[in-house]
Design a protein. Structure first.
Length: 363
């Protein structure tokens, strides 16, 4: 008895349909994986761009492992402003990086390295400084600081301390804020007593203690009937208190950077200390490179009537510093070269000027 072999055709309509479903499923899976990878890459790019606005800091964060390997340094954490805590043994390596420009070659961007005790700050080095050769000077008889030249008229730009009831200086890193502060400090000495604190270096307690000491000084002077600007000084010197990189002190921890952040207790207390300082012959100057509502608290900004803005990214940032948006006739504080600034006086009049700097170019 012969056996018949059962033959199943391979190209049946059912198998064709199954094959098509498998192919379509594979295409959908591959497309989903590709879209997921693309979204992940976009999310990563958005994260780096929003957290690290400075392009040099952004590249450092992206290529941290490469920098550690090639530059022989350890990088644990990078703050949004480019600050890095360093081990004592790494300080000399960072100095070497500053001299050799090795970091520029690794990141493919000109960088500025600022070394301060056990921290370094990385930022993009901005060329073509607008600072004009000269020296910031102080006329004690007129209570006037000459800080630069008006970019439109060429005339000298003055900061009238008699009218400056506390000062805010803010703008992006590497735009001349520190040069301005150092120039002011050198100019007013020895006619004034200057206290300088760096928020990224000093401890929070040290700054708090200094502010409380400033409050005690203010209260004692007011109790003694001092009216510094009207001649009733009793031979007291002008007191200038400077807090640089103030965001390190004022910025509340674990607080979202909303348009109206909750007031920080330290900022509120410092703002109360700043009240009536001017009458007592005390001027508080707050400086920051972090242009956000939490880093420039409203209570602090409201106690300053003289504001100086260096280069910023947006009009909203300029408004946060200067108190209003520019009009059609006002200078625009965007894309300013290092050393060019806008000063707003007590009447919110704006003047654009290039600061005096005897050590051109700015870096």
């Amino acid at each position: 008895m012969s056996m018949k072999t059962l033959t199943i055709p391979l190209n049946t309509p059912h198998l064709d349909a199954l094959r098509d479903e498998i192919n379509n499923g594979a295409l959908i899976l591959l497309s989903t994986l590709a879209i997921t990878a693309l979204l992940a890459a976009i999310t990563r790019q958005v994260y780096f761009f929003t957290r690290y606005r400075d392009p040099a800091v952004r590249r450092l964060a992206k290529h941290k492992a490469t920098v550690e390997f090639k530059a022989n340094v350890k990088i644990k954490e990078i703050s949004p402003q480019g600050w890095i805590k360093i081990a004592p043994g790494d300080r000399e390596w960072w100095k070497l990086l500053t001299r050799t420009k090795q970091l520029d070659n690794i990141l493919k961007i000109p960088t500025r390295i600022k070394i301060a005790d056990q921290r370094v700050q990385i930022s993009k080095k901005l060329p073509n400084s607008a600072a004009t050769p000269g020296k910031i000077t102080y006329d004690q008889n007129k209570d006037i600081l000459t800080i630069g030249r008006n970019t439109q008229t060429g005339e000298k730009t003055h900061l009238q301390l008699r009218k400056a009831s506390n000062i805010l200086v803010a703008g992006l890193p590497g735009t001349g804020k520190t040069v301005l502060l150092k120039g002011i400090m050198n100019a007013v000495r020895p006619d004034a007593h200057v206290t300088y604190f760096h928020g990224a270096i000093e401890t929070e307690q040290a700054i708090t203690d200094a502010l409380e000491g400033l409050e005690n000084l203010k209260q004692q002077r007011l109790k003694d009937g001092i009216d510094y600007w009207n001649g009733k000084t009793k031979h007291r010197r002008l007191e200038i208190f400077i807090l640089d990189e103030s965001q390190q002190y004022f910025k509340a921890k674990n607080t979202k950077n909303t348009a109206t952040p909750p007031p920080d207790a330290k900022a509120t207390k410092a703002a109360n200390i700043m009240k009536n300082c001017h009458q007592a012959g005390i001027i508080v100057t707050i400086a920051t490179a972090d242009i956000t509502p939490t880093a420039i608290p409203a209570p602090i900004r409201n106690q300053t009537n003289t504001k100086i803005c260096t280069n910023v990214h947006t009009i909203d940032q300029a408004q946060l510093i200067l108190g209003r948006k520019p009009t059609k006739t006002d200078p625009k504080p965007i894309k300013l070269p290092p050393g060019r600034m806008i000063i707003s006086d007590s009447n919110q009049n704006w003047e654009q000027f290039d600061i005096y700097n005897s050590d051109k170019p700015l870096e």
